[in-house]
Design a protein around this ligand. Structure first.
Ligand code: UDX
Length: 465
């Protein structure tokens, strides 16, 4: 089978490369000529573990090609995936103009039956809108079907999530379209991946509801961690005790500075907007969004309350991306917290293992609200460092923002000598509090209060005492 994938961002490129790996012939389309040129050379414009090798291998084996010519992709493909951006508008609603533009371009080039698939996260009802747009712009009277096939890829593990998904969701209203999609996903069918075959609206909503529930879980444990700090409970053991209940599950119960990225923040707000338009109250999701905003503010306050006056102080920030194994800083808590620290007159020494674009960081800080007061001269207050130790040089505090593995074995004595004051803010609870305190650090984390080492979690099956 031959498919076209329109849009070569995280979703499109991973979808195209993984289908090619399944043996499908894939034409990836993007209107960005520079991006297509570098993709043709097997160069990926963002960091995603394993993706570069996957793309290069499939280009070499002739199953993956790149073009700016959408007509070519439409002509040669039976299934066309739309995976262009649906960026949030100011009011939180999703901007569908890119999706609709692509639908028009597909329609004018269609000369025979096609299956048009929305892979991007799209508001409920988009499938219906696309059907109308395609019908209106057809040059020839041809049949087509619209399908919703949302992705559940996590940045940093996108290939794994595509190759071994928990489920494949397909929304369609024609048997023929379902049969074609099942044929396309046969390799997953053969490893008994569950398929949820439903109507388009349900499929579109499953995506938003899933991401919003994940966001709610994170905000839930973040709020519990704040209570733990007050009552002397340990949030990791609370999460452990909760997560062993199979109805709750252990995942997405790690406290931190709040969720970021290009999905959870965007999708929760878009779902709230959809609900508002249909006059439906989604109070739980609204509360999760507000709790997330409070969480990053409370992290900035934790730093300020501990250090006191921040003016003129230097803060070392380890980790800028919104999570490990990605270079994506979109809506990352680090942006908000750096902006707050700059606003208090602090200086920043930042290190991230893969994110290197100082300009993008400054623009993100400026774009995010009061950061606009960040004049170009004050941007000199942010120094990019080559490793955690350079970042710590002369800093009054060290803040772990993102739980990169390389931050889990820092040379703590060396760091302490480099810092001008021993403040250590472990916002991802990477370290054991007692260990840092024994080394003389003024250690702060999120909701951890276990001081007696005998209090542990035991797997009773292996329990031999
Ligand atoms: C998410 C969904 O997981 C994925 O299914 C969807 O397709 C896209 O959005 P992603 O945004 O890449 O994926 O990252 P994810 O791993 O979900 O983490 C999102 C944010 O939540 C990160 O900032 C992460 O640090 C934070 N997080 C995650 C927590 O704070 N605690 C947790 O327990 C889990």
């Amino acid at each position: 089978m031959h498919i076209g994938v329109i849009g070569t961002g995280y979703v499109g490129l991973v979808t195209g490369a993984c289908f090619a790996e399944f043996g499908v012939f894939v034409t990836c389309v993007d209107k960005d000529t520079k991006k297509i040129k570098s993709l043709k050379q097997g160069k990926i414009p963002f960091y995603e573990p394993g993706l570069e090798e996957l793309v290069q291998r499939n280009i070499k084996e002739g199953r993956l090609t790149f073009t700016t010519d959408i007509a070519e992709a439409v002509r040669s493909s039976l299934v066309l995936f739309i995976s262009v951006g649906t960026p949030p508008r100011g009011d939180g609603s999703a901007d569908l103009s890119y999706i609709e533009e692509v639908a028009k371009e597909i329609a004018v080039n269609m000369k025979e039956y096609k299956v048009i698939v929305t892979k991007s996260t799209v508001p409920v009802g988009t499938g219906d809108r696309l059907r109308k747009i395609v019908s209106r712009h057809l040059n020839e009277k041809v049949d087509f079907d619209i399908v919703s096939n949302p992705e559940f890829l996590r940045e940093g593990s996108a290939i794994e999530d595509f190759m071994r998904p928990n489920r494949v969701v397909i929304g369609a209203d024609s048997q023929q379209a379902v049969a074609i999609m099942k044929d396309l996903y046969k390799p997953l069918y053969l490893i008994e991946t569950p398929f949820v075959i439903t109507n388009i609206e349900t499929s579109e909503l499953i995506k938003y509801a899933s991401n919003s529930f994940l966001a709610t879980k994170i905000s839930f444990i973040n709020e519990i961690s704040n209570l733990c700090d007050k009552v002397g409970a340990d949030v990791h053991m609370v999460a452990k005790g909760m997560g062993l209940d199979q109805r709750i599950g252990p995942k997405f119960l790690h406290p931190g500075p709040g969720y970021g990225g290009s999905c959870l923040p965007k999708d929760t707000k878009a779902l709230l907007k959809m609900a508002e338009e249909h006059n439906v109250e989604l109070g739980i999701i609204y509360a999760a969004v507000r709790a997330n905003e409070r969480q990053r503010e409370s992290m900035a306050k934790k730093i300020k309350d501990a250090i006191g006056r921040l003016k003129g102080k230097t803060i070392a920030i380890l980790g800028l991306s919104f999570k490990p194994n990605t270079d994506d800083i979109r809506d990352a808590p680090s942006i908000y917290i750096i902006r707050r620290l700059l606003k208090e007159g602090a200086k920043i020494r930042a290190y991230d293992p893969v994110f290197k674009s100082r300009e993008l960081l400054l623009n993100s800080i400026k774009l995010s609200g009061e950061g606009s007061a960040l004049s170009t001269s004050s941007s000199k207050l942010i120094k990019f460092c080559k490793d955690p130790y350079e970042a710590a040089e002369g800093a009054h505090a060290l803040v772990i923002m993102t739980e990169w593995n390389q931050f889990r074995n820092l040379e703590l004595e060396r760091l302490k000598k480099l810092l001008s004051e021993p403040f250590f803010f472990d916002l991802r609870n990477i370290y054991v509090p007692q260990k840092l305190k024994k080394l003389g650090y003024k250690y702060f984390c999120v909701g951890r209060n276990l001081s007696n080492s005998y209090l542990q979690y035991y797997e009773t099956k292996g329990f031999n005492e």
